[in-house]
Design a protein around this ligand. Structure first.
Ligand SMILES: [Zn+2]
Length: 114
């Protein structure tokens, strides 16, 4: 078994899970690890603990390429048409409800017009 490496980390656990789904779709195995803060800082709620996405070290380059491609595709945040949650650019599915997101170039109807 090879070593693991952190390929992605965020304070937003849902975002880490979404990135993990991107890797899974590309056939790259990964797991999410919560990095809790030191016990002395116990007043900080667990939701503030950083989540890390781990892949085996020999897949690190491939995993990074998948994530880079997804993030480079579109840096513009998009609101989910189903639930209204903002999603980072490059994500095809809403991290909150899993609905399809409109891709860049799709006509976007802005509320209230422009
Ligand atoms: Zn949604």
């Amino acid at each position: 078994m090879s070593d693991e490496a952190v390929v992605y980390s965020s304070l937003n656990l849902a975002e880490v899970h979404l990135v993990r789904s991107l890797l899974t779709r590309e056939g790259i195995g990964s797991r999410v690890r919560r990095q809790f803060l030191a016990p002395l800082m116990g007043e900080i709620p667990a939701d503030d603990a950083r989540a890390e996405l781990m892949v085996s070290a020999d897949r690190l380059d491939a995993a990074r390429a998948v994530i880079d491609a997804a993030l480079a595709a579109d840096q513009t945040e998009r609101d989910c048409p189903a639930c209204g949650e903002p999603n980072p650019g490059g994500f095809e599915l809403c991290w909150s409800c899993g609905a399809d997101l409109p891709m860049a170039g799709d006509p976007v109807v802005l509320p209230g017009g422009g």
